[in-house]
Design a protein around this ligand. Structure first.
Ligand code: KIV
Ligand code: NA
Length: 265
């Protein structure tokens, strides 16, 4: 089986074929998603909260994300793997963005990178594209700016919907191959999707995007507690794993594991 390439994403949009995308951070999970036909995976800086246990997406570093990217790329044979540029690794200049992206492409073996921001990052996107690195943008609620945005809030309501469209068009002009739209009104996402040729990838952005992405632990119910409105849970992994763990612990305490079939003579 051949890898999905960025031009395939544009072809799917042209055919009106909506595609699913998930985050992935490790080998077993990435392989399951690859075998299930998920064509695009993101090694998100959401690893910050969902793997490393930080409170926000800000602390995670290139050094922490690189081995995850490498694991996901190695474990998959078909999906296109996007590496997320973490906070502080690209904002300073196009040169800084290029240096971080080269590491993800070279050491991580990623197939594309993603960064947050619109027209202010057009030069960053251009520099990466000139170096042969496909770039995915990210607009609307951008978690790396949560302190500026005042928390997890819908972006692009009212007149600011036009700003999101202008940012998407600027990213497209700069050569971006796709754009994530996070927590924006469905009507704004629909309009952006109609006005750009690159695919839009929605998360809390309504049904009219060209693709839909979720953090995999949210999709599979490994994360519990209060979840964002845009999450749909398709499994209850936290409960399944908790039950298995309790039964293992009980067996060990009762002396019923290991049994003869688990032992060597
Ligand atoms: O880091 C991440 O998981 C993301 C997606 C939710 C788009 O940026
Ligand atoms: Na992210």
């Amino acid at each position: 089986r051949k890898r999905v390439r960025v031009h395939h994403l544009r072809q799917m949009k042209e055919r009106g074929e909506v595609w699913p995308m998930l985050t992935a951070y490790d080998m077993y999970v990435a392989k399951i998603f690859d075998d299930a036909g998920i064509p695009v995976m993101l090694v998100g800086d959401s690893a910050s909260n969902n793997v490393f246990g930080y409170e926000t997406s800000l602390p995670v570093t290139v050094e922490e994300l690189l081995p995850l990217v490498r694991a996901v790329t190695r474990a998959t044979s078909r999906a296109l793997i996007i590496a997320d540029l973490p906070f502080g690794s690209y904002q300073a200049s196009p040169e800084q963005a290029l240096a971080a992206s080269v590491r993800f492409m070279k050491e991580g073996r990623a197939h594309a990178v993603k960064l947050e921001g619109g027209r202010h990052y057009a030069e960053h996107v251009e520099a990466l594209v000139a170096a042969g690195i496909p770039v995915v943008g990210h607009l609307g609620f951008t978690p790396q700016s949560e302190h500026m945005l005042g928390g997890y809030r819908v972006q692009g309501r009212g007149d600011s919907g036009e700003e999101i469209l202008a940012d998407a068009l600027a990213l497209e002009r700069a050569g971006a191959c796709a754009v994530v739209l996070e927590m924006v009104p469905a009507s704004v996402a629909k309009r952006v999707t109609a006005e750009v040729r690159m695919p839009t990838i929605g998360i809390g952005a309504g049904p009219d995007c060209d693709a839909q992405v979720l953090v995999w632990q949210d999709m599979a119910g490994l994360r519990t507690g209060s979840l964002p409105r845009f999450v749909k849970q398709y499994a209850g992994l936290a409960e399944t794993l908790s039950d298995a763990t309790r039964r293992f612990a009980e067996d060990v305490r009762a002396g019923t594991f290991p049994g003869p079939e688990h032992c060597f003579e």
